[in-house]
Design a protein around this ligand. Structure first.
Ligand code: AMP
Length: 342
């Protein structure tokens, strides 16, 4: 296989974190290909991040153009929309183009029960899961499987309240009852290098969720009078710099999650590349993790020019998208591409 980056390209679906992935590829001197639909191509044209745009009718039709990508030696970068439109099982079974990152890990992260086994094994502090509504003895959040962007979640404080609120939902079997953690949301963005074995902290964010982030703008009495139901629909991401004394803990849990991933079935290389731990920090500074994303997350989008942390390490603008491209470039040039493909 060639050691020349000019023989390769980086490709991704035009959505989610594609702007920084494509810009990062260009910054590292690798050809950037965006796969868009007619309706979604505008930002990728306007911001000038792609060397080439391939149009498809819908993202689900990705496999129709896979051959073109393979002819161009394109390395596909999975992101949230990519995994959601194609599905982790199809990515694992059908994707023939070069894929950055472990496909097996995408299966683990996409299933709430499987990811819980993994995170528990890593020793993380997870919110309690209630097996039955009868066990509810404090605030809980009810999450529906496949709920896009947290839409439709609800909070209950007792068994009775649970049954009252669940009535509204058509398919009420498909949910999990999780302890509701009172604290502040925190999303930690990591990069695990498969080439050096080093874990890097890239940045932090919190989400800007509708209507959860606006309910506090009206008085409690008005909230009750208006019968407002909390929802967690993601609309954007807000950068955070954490209290510095928490950084050792964030490094440790990141390393523990990577170490535990090496034992996961169907994912021989374990977790590498960008990933994110998502949780709530309670007033005693416990980080209660409710989810992992084992690929680049949209919370890295505020940092197209790098974060305060990547500035410390790199002394040049380093988005997570660019960090991925740099890893790919280093792998190509050192003849280690196989080490980062999954
Ligand atoms: P998720 O779909 O699991 O990423 O959750 C969507 C949003 O719900 C998060 O961004 C949090 O604001 C909130 N949330 C999820 N799980 C919990 C929890 N256990 N305790 C408190 N808030 C939560």
């Amino acid at each position: 296989m060639s050691n020349d980056i000019n023989d390769f390209a980086i490709a991704t679906l035009g959505s989610h974190t594609a702007l920084q992935i494509l810009k990062g590829a260009k910054e590292e001197g690798i050809k950037a290909i965006a796969i868009c639909t007619k309706e979604t191509r505008k930002p990728y044209d306007s911001f000038g991040v792609a060397d080439e745009i391939i149009e498809i009718d819908s993202f689900e039709n990705f496999f129709e153009i896979e051959k073109i990508l393979m002819e161009k030696n394109a390395i596909v970068i999975p992101h949230g929309s990519f995994v959601s439109y194609l599905g982790p099982q199809k990515i694992k079974d059908n994707l023939k183009a070069m894929h950055y990152g472990s496909k097996g890990i995408l299966i683990w992260e996409s299933d709430r029960s499987m990811e819980r086994v993994w995170l528990q094994d890593a020793g993380l502090n997870l919110p309690r899961i209630y097996q039955t509504p009868e066990e509810i003895d404090g605030p809980v959040i009810i999450k529906f499987h496949g709920a896009k962007g947290g839409f439709g979640y609800f909070i209950a404080n007792s068994t009775q309240e649970f049954y009252e609120r669940i009535k509204k939902f058509k398919d009420p079997d498909d949910y999990v009852i999780q302890e509701y953690i009172v604290g502040v949301p925190m999303y930690v963005h990591y990069f695990q290098s498969a080439l050096t074995g080093e874990l890097e902290i890239m940045s932090f964010d919190k989400r800007y969720e509708s209507n959860a982030d606006s309910i506090g703008r009206i008085a409690a009495k008005d909230q009750l009078d208006a019968g407002i139901q909390t929802s967690y629909t993601i609309t954007g991401n807000i950068p955070i710099v954490v209290r510095e004394s928490m950084l050792p803990m964030f490094f440790k849990i990141g390393e523990d999650v990577v170490a535990a991933s090496k034992k996961l079935e169907g994912a021989p290389k374990g977790l590498y590349g960008p990933f994110c731990l998502e949780g709530i920090i309670d007033p005693n500074l416990n980080f209660r993790v409710f989810e992992i994303s084992a690929r680049i997350v949209a919370g890295t989008n505020p940092y197209t020019n790098g974060s305060p942390y990547t500035w410390l390490k790199y002394n040049e603008p380093m988005s997570t998208g660019r960090r991925v491209a740099r890893e790919i470039k280093t792998a190509i040039q050192s003849g280690r591409l196989q080490d980062i493909l999954g």
